[in-house]
Design a protein around this ligand. Structure first.
Ligand SMILES: Cc1cc2nc3c(=O)[nH]c(=O)nc-3n(C[C@H](O)[C@H](O)[C@H](O)COP(=O)(O)OP(=O)(O)OC[C@H]3O[C@@H](n4cnc5c(N)ncnc54)[C@H](O)[C@@H]3O)c2cc1C
Length: 383
């Protein structure tokens, strides 16, 4: 059994760490205050080749698999969660929808631009009345000659304002329900009838844009259909398997940073004439967070290995998302406690990280839904 990362993956980690230290972390407060990730930062991520880190070399990517994507996500999140989420909306769920659902022709046509960052994609499944129950979506795509006419509205779409293409899931046969009646489409932003709507004001991850996308009689050629008619739900779930895993890596990166800040603070903050790190109460919090970090890292990279080895990993990815988001909550909560009053001050990074962390239990499928997915599999397999 060999748990070491390849030399190539280690070099990737080093490169992304240097980028994060130099370009991302110094901007984190500004990004939170201005509710925007500077476009130049997104362009720098493209120039580094990270947009296509998990895209196979045959389609212009770096071919470093889901392991590579998790490394990039972990390291960028150490610097700022909003930047990582903006990156992930494209690299993890937008572009990956084409990789898991597209035809060979579509992969050759779209993935090279997605890999270089020349074009960006986002992922549009959620609607105002269809979140956890995605099958209740109202967006429709109706056959019209050789193509389709799309109508509806998607909400909470991360990176929807900067994406050149949106992967949109629409009902094509209501009688067949979610499994069989939903189809995925790759919708170009310049299509007539495509509107980018309001941005959400959020508790955390304020720099990442989250917008509404509306479609009114948008005409699409059949070559923009992703996967078979009626197989959209399969594409969405296969994409989310990867997205949930990468989200685990986000949680790991944020938790690592929170722990590092806590160790520094515990060593320098004095109370009763001693550094607070000398108190057992503080040491126990640091120890519990270290255990959480080790478990998160183990889940993320073991599951990434399963994915890259083309083994089933749906259940493991749901477990990774569930555990890592809840572990992150525990780690940032302890970090605030270790910082005392300063943990509650907007002057300290930990206050932002506490806000940034909360949504990880909600998006990419709430943790209640992850438990449902895991329980179904446990009952089916008997273990
Ligand atoms: C910052 C942010 C970014 C997002 N980005 C994207 C994106 O890029 N693309 C996209 O498509 N979506 C995105 N989403 C949407 C996100 O995936 C949904 O918010 C999430 O799936 C939950 O749906 P909902 O908000 O409608 O909650 P609801 O489904 O209304 O759930 C409300 C509560 O009921 C619980 N619940 C519902 N059904 C069940 C059940 N069967 N059993 C037990 N409990 C249940 C939920 O767990 C939750 O606690 C984003 C959301 C946020 C907040």
């Amino acid at each position: 059994m060999d748990f070491t990362l390849s030399e190539e993956h280690e070099m990737l980690r080093q490169a992304v760490r240097e980028f994060t230290d130099g370009a991302v972390r110094p901007l984190a407060d500004q990004i939170d205050a201005q509710h925007a990730v500077p476009r130049e930062l997104v362009d720098q991520i493209s120039e580094l080749g990270l947009m296509g880190v998990a895209i196979p070399e045959a389609y212009g990517g770096a071919g470093m698999g889901e392991t590579g994507l998790c490394i990039a996500m972990e390291e960028i999140t150490r610097g700022d969660f909003s930047v990582a989420v903006t990156y992930g909306a494209h690299a993890s769920i937008g572009a990956m929808s084409v990789l898991v659902g597209g035809t060979e022709e579509q992969k050759q046509r779209f993935l090279p631009d997605f890999a270089s960052g020349a074009k960006l994609a986002c992922f549009g499944l959620t609607e105002a009345e269809a979140g956890s129950d995605a099958g209740a979506m109202k967006t429709t795509a109706v056959r019209d000659g050789d193509g389709w006419v799309l109508n509806g509205e998607k909400v909470w779409i991360t990176g929807g304002d900067i994406a050149d293409f949106a992967v949109i899931y629409a009902v094509t046969d209501r009688a067949k329900g979610a499994h069989g009646g939903v189809t995925a489409f790759l919708v170009p932003r310049d299509a007539r009838g495509y509107t980018i709507g309001k941005a959400e004001e959020k508790m955390g991850q304020r720099g990442s844009s989250t917008v509404t996308l509306a479609f009114e009689d948008v005409r699409l050629g059949d070559e923009l259909r992703l996967g078979e008619v009626g197989q959209g739900f399969r594409v969405a779930m296969a994409t989310l398997d990867r997205g949930r895993l990468a989200l685990g890596a986000n949680c790991l990166g944020c938790a690592r940073e929170a722990q590092a800040l806590s160790v520094d603070y515990a060593n320098q903050r004095q109370s009763f004439g001693r550094p607070i790190a000398s108190f057992q109460a503080i040491q126990w919090m640091l120890a519990d967070s270290a255990v959480d970090l080790y478990a998160m890292e183990s889940l993320v990279y073991r599951t990434a290995w399963l994915c890259d080895a083309h083994q089933p990993f749906s259940r493991e990815s749901a477990m990774t998302k569930l555990f890592c988001s809840e572990a992150l909550d525990r780690v940032v909560d302890r970090a605030v406690q270790i910082h005392g009053g300063m943990g509650y001050s907007a002057e300290y990074k930990i206050e932002r990280m506490y806000r940034d962390a909360r949504v990880t239990r909600i998006y990419e499928g709430t943790n209640e839904i992850q438990r449902l997915v895991i329980a179904r599999d446990v009952l089916k397999s008997g273990a």
